[in-house]
Ligand binder design. Structure first.
Ligand code: NAD
Ligand code: TYD
Length: 343
């Protein structure tokens, strides 16, 4: 089995590549543009494997994708490549729409013409939008997107589904909840808060911090995607949740406790525009069809993640040395600090 993985130099894609090389006999071709979020250091443990190779390129580049499929003849595609951050999508929506919508279309169309046997499109619970408690989204729940990022993922999900309905292409869609773990770029909540805490810098919590997310350890997510690749039914959507919902402020407090830092590092700042209050989803379908379940308990995964960031300060310094500082200033520089009584 040969798998074309897109976005395999990013956070989740690289964990998936490490899983395929480490625990299966599959061959992997990794197509990645190496944007700010793509990092070859994430793939050091597999780069010398003769079952692995990387192609640097853009999923929006038709000629590159078409010739790559003709040359490599993969049996399956697992599509992770995306602009994946909500805050960046608010500041600059264009690359998000281009990669997530047009890039997904390019891959689907090239895969259809090449007759690819299986196509797993990796998506997110954010496409269901904000849910009132105690609601949980099943796969039938309507799409209700809020940010340019979630809208781009919802749009690409619909495109992926249309390739099954119209062309009977064997497409499967996975929708996972918020991931955390080693190698995550420090722009998302958990790695940003860990790396700021370790450096005794303020922890910027948006608004009151009572927004709820369901946390899934990255390796559990990857095992779920592998289960869908191997056992998923064509045309189906599969939710993958961590079964651990927490308000952001609790996650931040846990990080402070585990890093031994004081709570006065917390700084409530102006909320994200269009901020979804609560995500929640049911993964019953994938669990009953494949036996998959999230195995890593949140406190265990969080401890492991903090240890990884402590031990990999050089990795953090490297990924922050590029355009990160300009992004940080653009996203956080203009936010007011909220007084305790107003949050
Ligand atoms: P990431 O930002 O860490 O990595 C994205 C990767 O895609 C990078 O290696 C980047 O170089 C590559 N890429 C970006 N644009 C590209 C292009 N035009 N052509 C080729 N490669 C390109 O993202 P992630 O957090 O690993 O997320 C991976 C996938 O999982 C995304 O589709 C995302 O929507 C989805 N997802 C993420 C989460 C999460 O919590 N991070 C949760 C659910 C679903
Ligand atoms: P994030 O990791 O960006 O994931 P998503 O927006 O895709 O869920 O954010 C997770 C939650 O943490 C979300 O409610 C926004 C919040 N958040 C902050 O409060 N401060 C921050 O600096 C960041 C990056 C996120």
């Amino acid at each position: 089995m040969k798998v074309l993985v897109t976005g395999g130099a990013g956070f989740i894609g690289s964990a998936f590549v490490r899983l395929l090389i480490g625990e299966t006999s599959y061959r992997v071709v990794n197509l990645d543009k190496l944007t700010y979020a793509g990092n070859l250091e994430n793939l050091r443990s597999v780069e010398s494997s003769d079952r692995y190779r990387i192609v640097e390129g853009d999923i929006c580049d038709w000629h590159l994708v078409e010739s790559l499929l003709a040359r490599e003849k993969p049996d399956a595609i697992v599509h992770f490549a995306a602009e994946s951050h909500v805050d960046r999508s608010i500041l600059s929506p264009e690359p998000v729409i281009r990669t997530n919508v047009f890039g997904t279309f390019t891959l689907l169309e090239a895969a259809r013409r090449a007759g690819i046997g299986r196509f797993v499109h990796v998506s997110t619970d954010e496409v269901y939008g904000s849910l009132e408690p105690p609601q949980q989204a099943t796969e039938e729940y309507p799409l209700n997107t809020s940010s340019p990022y979630s809208a781009s993922k919802g749009g690409s999900d619909l495109l992926a589904r249309s390739y099954f309905v119209t062309y009977q292409m064997p497409v499967m869609i996975t929708r996972a909840s918020n991931n955390y773990g080693p190698f995550q770029f420090p722009e998302k909540l958990i790695p940003l808060m860990i790396s700021n805490a370790l450096e005794n810098r303020p922890l910027p919590v948006y608004g009151d911090g009572m927004q709820v997310r369901d946390w899934l350890y990255v390796d559990d997510h990857c095992r779920g995607v592998l289960a869908v690749l191997n056992q998923g039914r064509a045309g189906e959507i599969y939710n993958l949740g961590g079964n651990r919902s927490l308000p952001n402020i609790e996650v931040v407090r846990k990080i402070l406790a585990l890093t031994g830092r004081p709570e006065d590092l917390i700084q409530h700042v102006t909320d994200r525009p269009g901020h979804d209050r609560r995500y929640s989803l049911s993964s019953q379908k994938l669990m009953s069809e494949t036996g998959w379940r999230p195995e890593t308990e949140f406190e265990t995964g969080l401890r492991r993640t903090i240890e990884w960031y402590r031990a990999n300060a050089a990795w953090v310094a490297h990924v922050r040395s590029g355009e990160y500082r300009a992004y940080y200033e653009r996203n956080y520089g203009g936010r007011a600090t909220l007084r305790q009584e107003s949050v």
